[in-house]
Design a protein around this ligand. Sequence first.
Ligand code: PLP
Length: 466
Amino acid sequence: MSQEALRLLPSVDEFLKRTSLQTLIARAGRDAVRDRLREVLQDFRQELLSQNGSALSDETSLANELEKRLQARFVERRQLRTQRVINATGVVLHTNLGRAPLSVEALAAIQEVASGYCNLEYDLTTGQRGQRGTGLEAMLRDLLNCEAVAVVNNCAAAVWLVLNALGEGGEVIISRGELVEIGGSFRIPDVIAKSGARMREVGTTNRTRLSDYENAINENTRVILRVHPSNYRIVGFTEKPTLNELTALAQKHELPFFEDLGSGSLIDLAPLGIRDEPTVGHSLAAGVPILAFSGDKLLGGPQCGLIVGEARYVKQVKSNPLMRALRVDKLVYAALEATVAAYANGTAAQVVPALAALHATAEQLRLRAETFVQTARAKLSEGFSFNLLAGASMVGGGSAPDVQLPTMLVQVTHAKFSANELEEHLRAQQPAIIARITDDQLAFDLRTVTAAEEVELLAGLQALGD
Ligand SMILES: *Cc1c(COP(=O)(O)O)cnc(C)c1O
């Protein structure tokens, strides 16, 4: 009878004395465990009342069930916390998985500036108050040959801030082919509206001419905007003016020409087949006077948005009252400077993890996949089988949507478990393993997995048992 089972339920205080709960109490705190226990008890009571009788009729089995549910609540909570995961999807800049992993150098820089005090706004030469980001600015000036730099929270913030600083109260001219949504609800028309500028659309979805821009210029025009369509491509019967043409037009009318590059690579990735991602250097060389790009897309650094270009425009951006609300902290500067330093000394393709992953060749990935499968076959139970399959990795982060980087996938099947069951099991590991499911098969793409993580992949599979 359920009423009997209710009487057998322990009191909160009694239950918290259980030896098996003491580790949890030490880790999560007594109050938290007590609060969760009350919730679990309440649910359990409801359940017992709505059932006619319980399968659990003695005190011990009831208590054990209670503890199982209590521990499960804490596991659920734990899964919500920000934690390391293994990205076995092969999507290099996986936005849901935190985009770019940081380089060893960037991590060391964070550790160094954050474990004590640092010169964030202190000039070590004069002993006076200094400005944030002067070191980064000097590095980028040399690397990119630009006049000035501002760093904000992300590229979305950069676009909004530049449009607000330069365009508020006036018109921003943009081609209809560039009114895109980047993902995560970043829509260009909405951002323009929120910047306080009015959007002046020109041309058509597939074709916009220089004369369309020129005809739209009037006394209210404040900015000419170009947006890289990122995760979207218009192909076929298309036309748009070159950066040089738009630069010349803007100069003629003494207007700022602002380009949102999105990813904005610092190096040319065409040799990897990534041809559609504009480089920052290319835009600057074409004379674009102010542009914005992400720190954690192809650059491979921490989340931030970089604004670079002519001093007169960057100065206007920096003096905007909302610059303060969007600025980044010392951790971001430390990581960003270390990342940019790798570009300056020519080691970026090796030491910046996202770039290194993009540079991995099909041959290297095939060898890694073969070795992995050999080890897996030797170590894991008979239930598993492994298969190599040529496939493609994606750049991710809304960059180069049509680029497929050749890779070698490791397909994993199990005699007793479906692909979805395997996926769920791997996701429950610590660290969680995020795999791909293609054609109803679970697969690992080692492009985004480090050598150390391969060992964890094996352990994750092994934990499934026989
Ligand atoms: C990704 C992207 C953004 C937003 O960048 P975040 O750094 O994610 O804020 C803005 N514009 C373009 C063109 C993009 O590709």
